[in-house]
Design a protein. Structure first.
Ligand code: KG4
Ligand code: ZN
Length: 338
């Protein structure tokens, strides 16, 4: 058995997980509530909270996995992309623990890990992992891209956003409506009681497989500004319909590009990854598309959609098998390597 401790600290969640080969033994996350009142992540507060959380989170991950730290084969950590101060906490901790235990360290790209989360197995896994090559729509707070995944290490990005990410669009739309951060889960919740056809917003017209969300954001902003002039309670009175309509506009943009990518590549194995893949309507839309377009769709469990360390550990496992270890001089990076 290869035991990997995965550590994720790229943004505002401090997470640790242990895998035995491709099986998850534990998956622990400490969410940082401190950012809620600020309408976004405050980097300095995030680093401080990581400092406080990292030891208890790792201890709990080892305890829940029921293994001792001496049994670990290697420690995998997120090297980037993310907030520098946050990444430094995880990286420094990984290096010191590995030095003490005399085991190797493995650097992991956060986006690669979101995609490889599809290879995690737990007691309830029933569907086999996607077969290479498959398409992955990665939708997170900072990234929106479509990748042809040819192997655990061979990724070709064939479409990406030219401005905002899908998660950012959810978060910004929520902020315009005065809803708390992160906006994605809040919009998802209110949208359940709303009519997705109640309001129409402008759709981008970007050729090829790239995405754009800034036009949609501006159209939401101007529409609400005009409506609030007529009725100051417009948002409160129409909250569910607004959330459902905004969510539906974002999902339409995503689905249209995935359809185009599948047609262009001929690939019908379709996966989604990243925080926005937790969205209930995106998940339902993909399940429906499975029949409509004859796709084989892969949707991660909710706990492996949003940021987690199990995805870091499984990526570490693949790299361990490949003898791909990091140097102790590794420092964080801000941009993804895939
Ligand atoms: O992957 P992730 O947890 O962190 C990053 O790597 O960025 O993604 C965070 C993003 C946020 O923008 C958040 O609003 C969005 O994922 N998100 C959702 C949902 N849950 C999280 N967006 C829509 N619906 C959700 N249920
Ligand atoms: Zn993420």
């Amino acid at each position: 058995m290869i035991y990997i401790l995965g550590i994720e600290s790229s943004c505002d969640d401090t997470a640790a997980a242990v895998t035995a080969d491709d099986h998850i033994l534990s998956n622990v996350i400490a969410n940082q509530e401190v950012h809620r009142n600020f309408g976004g992540v405050v980097p300095e507060l995030a680093s401080r909270a990581h400092q406080q959380n990292i030891i208890p989170v790792i201890q709990t991950a080892l305890q829940n996995a029921n293994i001792s730290k001496n049994q670990l084969s290697a420690i995998a950590f997120t090297r980037g992309p993310g907030l520098l101060g946050s990444l430094l906490v995880g990286i420094s901790f990984a290096k010191s623990l590995a030095l003490g235990l005399r085991i190797p360290i493995i650097e992991v790209d956060h986006l690669q890990a979101h995609i490889l989360a599809h290879f995690l197995r737990d007691k309830t896994s029933t569907k086999p992992a996607p077969v290479f090559p498959f398409l992955c729509l990665t939708v997170s707070g900072g990234h929106t891209q479509i990748t042809v995944v040819k192997s655990p290490f061979d990724f070709q990005v064939i479409g990406r956003t030219i401005d905002d990410a899908a998660g950012e669009t959810f978060d910004k739309a929520a902020k315009i409506m005065g809803l708390p951060y992160p906006g994605g889960p809040v919009i998802d919740k209110y949208a359940k009681d709303g009519n997705p056809d109640a309001f129409r917003f402008s759709k981008p017209n970007i050729p090829g497989l790239d995405f754009s969300f800034s036009g949609l954001k501006t159209s939401i902003l101007y529409f609400l500004r005009d409506q609030l002039k007529l009725d100051p309670d417009f948002i409160e009175k129409n909250k569910s319909d607004l959330c459902a309509s905004i969510q539906s506009a974002i999902i339409d943009i995503l689905l249209q590009k995935v359809k185009a990518a599948s047609e262009k590549t001929g690939i019908r194995e379709i996966a989604i990854a990243g925080g926005v893949s937790a969205n209930s309507s995106l998940r339902d839309t993909l399940i429906k598309a499975q029949d409509d377009y004859n796709w084989n769709v892969f949707i991660p469990k909710l706990e492996y959609s949003t940021d987690n360390a199990a995805m870091i550990a499984i990526t570490g496992y693949f790299k361990y098998l490949n003898n791909d270890f990091a140097d102790f001089s590794a420092v964080p990076y801000a941009r993804s390597s895939i």
